[in-house]
Design a protein around this ligand. Structure first.
Ligand code: CP
Length: 328
């Protein structure tokens, strides 16, 4: 069965931990893993603009020995001249993985349904699961573990990042707190799905409008832009609505001593976060950005191995993907 990564819960807790272990190993031996040797091509398709996703997938595919094929918005027939179904059946005969940044989650699901190779969500309107893998890697590097740690996300809690923090952090056994204004909270179905995952992992989920409750003693504080792609016309209203949820020094002081700050970037200093926080000693935003590279390399490798599409040269070892094509 071909494995895809369309939302955070597409990895079970054990699989998520394996991907993070592999990411750490790949970070420590950056040019030592070549599962895409051939080179095999990975299509990285963008319907929206990007810096981190574009650079990290391009570099990551090359570092794995493969050939990154970056398709910028409007460059393919997909979306205007050709259906997702036909596109999937054509390109999945030519590439080893399809990475797609697009709008609709159902479009990604359709691509996966007709693809012979793994499909990875590089951001949709509903989820940004690759970002959460990078965040989890960053948190683990700095706090030593994920299970039992408390992560608080503040601001626009009805967006793809809040959804993915709910699902991804619950999968990791974390206590996830999501806080935003009334009307900008996650859909109940997603919070419920996160609660089900947390019940399996020992984590927990809190969705609230109460910023103080969300911040108290948290180990990780996270926010995101208040104005996502396509919401530019609403900037003034959204700034007014989300202003009470700004992450500033006072907010950070309510968190646990030694708490860390994350932001997926791009950031808008003076809006969702103050400059003294994002540029201060508790901020790990550039480690977090770098970890997109390592986490996605591990993810691509994991999906290919689990789909039976990549050779595993050392299957005798218990952690299969960890040892894939490693060159010391
Ligand atoms: N965080 C993130 O996905 O950044 P880009 O939009 O620049 O890819």
């Amino acid at each position: 069965m071909v494995r895809h990564f369309l939302k955070d819960t597409d990895l079970n807790p054990q699989e998520q931990a394996r991907v993070l272990d592999l990411a750490a190993a790949m970070k420590a031996n950056r040019y030592g893993y070549k599962p895409l040797a051939g080179p095999q091509t990975v299509a990285v398709i963008f319907d929206k603009t990007s810096t981190r996703t574009r650079f990290s997938f391009h570099a990551g595919v090359a570092e794995l020995g493969g050939n990154p094929l970056i398709v910028n918005p409007g460059e393919a027939q997909l979306g205007h001249k050709e259906s997702i179904c036909d596109t999937a059946q054509v390109i999945s005969r030519m590439v080893s993985t399809i990475v797609w940044r697009t709008y609709s989650q159902s479009g990604l699901e359709e691509m996966a349904r007709y693809s012979r190779v793994p499909v990875i969500n590089a951001l949709s309107d509903d989820y940004h699961p690759c970002q959460i893998l990078a965040d989890l890697l960053t948190i683990r590097e700095h706090l030593g573990q994920l299970a039992g740690k408390t992560v608080t996300y503040l601001g626009d809690a009805a967006n793809n990042m809040a959804n993915s923090y709910l699902l991804g952090c619950a999968t990791a056994g974390m206590h996830v707190r999501i806080a935003g204004p009334e009307g900008y909270l996650p859909a109940p179905a997603i919070a419920q799905e996160a609660q089900q995952r947390a019940a399996e992992t020992g984590g927990s989920v809190l969705v609230t409008t109460d910023m103080d409750q969300a911040l108290s003693g948290a180990d990780v504080i996270i926010t995101d832009t208040w104005v996502s792609m396509g919401q530019e016309d609403e900037k003034e209203a959204r700034t007014r609505i989300f202003a009470p949820y700004t992450v500033d020094a006072k907010a950070m002081a309510q968190a646990a001593p030694g708490a860390i700050f994350l932001h997926c970037l791009p950031a808008y200093r003076g809006y969702e976060v103050t400059a003294d926080v994002i540029d201060g000693p508790q901020s790990l935003v550039f480690d977090e950005a770098e970890n997109r590279l390592h986490a996605q390399k591990a993810l691509m490798t994991f999906l290919l191995v689990e789909s039976g599409l990549a050779e595993d040269r050392r299957t005798a070892l218990p952690s299969v993907a960890l040892t894939l094509n490693e060159e010391k």
